[in-house]
Write a protein that binds this ligand. Structure first.
Ligand SMILES: Cc1ncc(C[n+]2csc(CCOP(=O)(O)OP(=O)(O)O)c2C)c(N)n1
Length: 323
């Protein structure tokens, strides 16, 4: 868990650096500060379980097993990337790892997750789908429509809201009434709020929800309270102006999910401080390798600009239905 959180942190720090140097095309939304949610959740899943992700999705896909070299290649627009460099940050997909895609449409992953869970049910699979989404997305109609269908059909789906306190540049309490975790209650969906900076709390809540989903007991809603250290997107200061008090940012940095978990592991004698430093050094090296791989990879052929835009799963699905 610690290694994966460090991998996400170092990957994203590198993206921030590349963005500042003008080396990264397009927008990126960094996940730094929220790593415990993705890692706590995905560590409760099997490889054949699925996730749907968001515009702030690098952490989710790394936690679900994505290779950082292929991700870096995708972000740099190279052919060796997950979508041959044609998708970028908000379209990273690998169905073989159960990654149903990062998604630039706020709330867009929710109906995909419900559909995925319905499909699994129809095909008699015991897989579970986790839908990550933000507090802003919890105000979208598809969230309520998705919860309704998942509840009446008892679908194996987990709605995992990452409440990081802001929807773009607006504080959550100015947009969002009541507690997000209460929103599952009218649908009869077991709902909890957890400390999203505590990887173990997230892991335990998701494990419980997974157990219910696999047992045919239907959906769950988890609201994980956390905070993003960086802006809504990199470079936002060009147009956003200051909108968060410095003390607030500093207070949340004091609750860093990585340093607090590392300190706990050292205190409990699970790892020595030097071992953690070694793991961190390995992850930094992995990210340097990823950048080298991506920089050296080729751009896709312009002649292929309109190819590979749709994934056709029908032949494989047909085989499964025939079985
Ligand atoms: C349907 C839709 N509406 C608006 C936007 C513009 N937009 C992009 S990110 C964002 C805020 C999302 O906030 P939240 O769901 O809390 O996620 P966070 O950025 O905090 O992780 C908005 C409004 C969009 N991409 N899609």
């Amino acid at each position: 868990m610690l290694r994966l959180m460090l991998r996400i942190r170092r990957f994203e720090e590198k993206l921030a650096e590349l963005f500042k140097r003008g080396k990264l095309p397009g927008f990126v939304h960094l996940y730094i500060g929220e790593e415990a949610v993705a890692v706590g959740a995905c560590s409760a899943l099997r490889e054949d379980d699925r996730i749907t992700s968001t515009h702030r999705g690098h952490g989710h896909v790394i936690a679900k097993g994505a290779d950082v070299s292929r991700m870096m290649a995708e972000l740099l627009g190279k052919e060796a990337g997950y979508c041959r460099g044609k998708g970028g940050s908000m379209h990273t997909v690998d169905f073989s790892l159960g990654i149903m895609g990062t998604n630039g449409i706020v709330g867009g992953g929710i109906p995909i997750a419900v559909g995925s869970a319905w499909g699994d049910r129809q095909l008699g699979r015991d897989t579970v789908t986790v839908s990550f989404f933000g507090d802003g997305a919890s105000n979208q109609g598809v969230f309520f429509e998705g919860m309704n269908l998942a509840a009446i059909w008892k679908l194996p789906v987990i709605f995992l809201c990452e409440n990081n306190g802001y929807t773009e540049w607006t504080p959550t309490e100015k947009l969002t009434a009541g507690r997000i975790s209460d929103r599952g209650v009218p649908f009869g969906i077991p709902s909890v709020q957890v400390d999203g900076n505590d990887v173990i709390s997230v892991h335990e809540a998701v494990s419980e929800a997974v157990g219910r989903a696999r047992a045919g007991e239907g959906p769950s809603l988890i609201e994980a309270r956390t905070y993003r250290w960086h802006g809504h997107n990199e470079g936002e200061e060009a147009f956003s102006g200051p909108y968060r008090p410095e003390e607030e940012i500093e207070e949340w940095k004091g609750k860093d999910p990585i340093t607090t978990f590392a300190a706990r592991l050292v205190e409990q004698g699970v790892f020595a401080r030097e071992e953690i430093e070694r793991v961190d050094a390995e992850e930094k090296e992995r990210i340097e390798d990823a950048v080298r791989f991506a920089v050296e990879s080729a751009y896709p052929d312009p002649e292929e600009a309109l190819m590979h835009l749709f994934y056709d799963e029908r032949p494989r699905l047909q085989q499964e239905v025939n079985r």
